[in-house]
Ligand binder design. Sequence first.
Ligand SMILES: Cc1cc2nc3c(=O)[nH]c(=O)nc-3n(C[C@H](O)[C@H](O)[C@H](O)COP(=O)(O)OP(=O)(O)OC[C@H]3O[C@@H](n4cnc5c(N)ncnc54)[C@H](O)[C@@H]3O)c2cc1C
Length: 423
Amino acid sequence: MHIVVIGAGVVGVTSAHALARRGHRVTVVERLAGAGLETSFGNAGQRSYGVVYPWASAAMVKQALPWLLQADGPLKMHLPPSPATVRFLLASLRFAFAPGVFGLNKRAMLQMGVFSRQRFSELERDLDLAFDGGTGGVLQLASSPAMMAEYRDLSPLLTEFGVAHRLLGPIEVREAEPGMTGDGPLHGGIQYQTDGTGDCHLFSQALAAACEEQGVTFLYQHQVQRLLFDAHRIQGVELRQPDGALEVLEADAFVVSAGCWSPALVAELGVKLPIYPVKGYSLTAPLVDETRAPVSTVHDDNLKVVSTRLGSRLRATGFVELSDFRRDIPEARLATIRKSVASRFPGCADLEQATSWTGFRPMTPDGPAILGRGPRDNLYFNTGHGTFGWTLSAGSAELLAQVVDGEPTAIPLDAFRPDRFRV
Ligand SMILES: Cc1cc2nc3c(=O)[nH]c(=O)nc-3n(C[C@H](O)[C@H](O)[C@H](O)COP(=O)(O)OP(=O)(O)OC[C@H]3O[C@@H](n4cnc5c(N)ncnc54)[C@H](O)[C@@H]3O)c2cc1C
């Protein structure tokens, strides 16, 4: 089959690779000049297979108001909120309080995380990809006894899904992360030893190059203007070429992997994909003293900042912000990220030389991504991965390919069904 994948973020590129590996002819259409230049560019860099969970939870709702009121709290909202923000919040509340939904979605996402870890190791074994990748694990700190108790409560579920983890006391945390010499509060932590790290942007580019070697065509600087369709099928896509001219690209099947921009592409079909751009920020700085830097990924639960070592760089990220597609980077957000780094890994990186970035998590109101067949016979979705698109990309791509080929999927996909929002 000839399959068009829309979007060359990490999800589109891994999808293209999974489809091409099965013998399909694949064309990837991307409006920007290369792979991984939007949300996949500056994320936290963690492949946190054991730390994947839905955004919509009753616990999150309880924490939200205090976080909003706190000057350096992790949750921010542009005021007054737009109609899109209000719709997203109301839908999230509905899912957060729907009995049993959080638990089911959490289990489904964990299953996909475990599958994704397996697919990543196969990819890394089969292809020589340079992306500052690591498998040093993920460590979540507990800055309070209550947080440590939460980790203890979570442990049985992780064991059930075969997610390797250890509960650590403060001394063991410092042994695991000897560079953590800062004076931030510390009551212990939980370590996911088999989780990984890596630069998602470099990975997307390296995998896109490997795909091209295998015959996949990438049309960069080509924007899909609209889908061309009848009652049963998508016939083609109308593309705007770099010179502004329009052309039609026909194919046998189409995959929408356009992250936060997916809803606009399918609106004409009468489909309302409830994906909202949840903004975050990151700083990337050269390391100046490797012995003071994180070994792998460390979550500072105090300021909700994630610090990751990417080769000779530190990547520190934070914030969940509801402000639609605003791309500004307020200094106050960066100051909070710097404060977290200073309280955990003082002197590890030259933060004056840091580059700052902002991006939009393609978030669904319940949490799981949108994966599967859409409302036309030859239309598929792999989008809406929210906070965990880098982590889940390799797994979701293979699952998508199984759906396209009509095979039984490696894990159940009920929680990811595109029609679950009844739109
Ligand atoms: C601050 C922050 C930290 C994060 N940290 C992590 C982390 O540590 N681990 C993790 O797993 N996830 C993390 N994420 C989430 C992760 O980055 C995303 O889930 C993931 O990058 C989404 O990938 P994507 O391919 O779906 O979207 P994108 O990377 O946004 O790709 C979509 C692509 O589609 C293209 N496109 C859109 N419309 C069109 C069109 N009409 N025609 C052609 N092309 C089009 C865009 O240009 C873009 O390149 C983080 C996100 C943020 C913001």
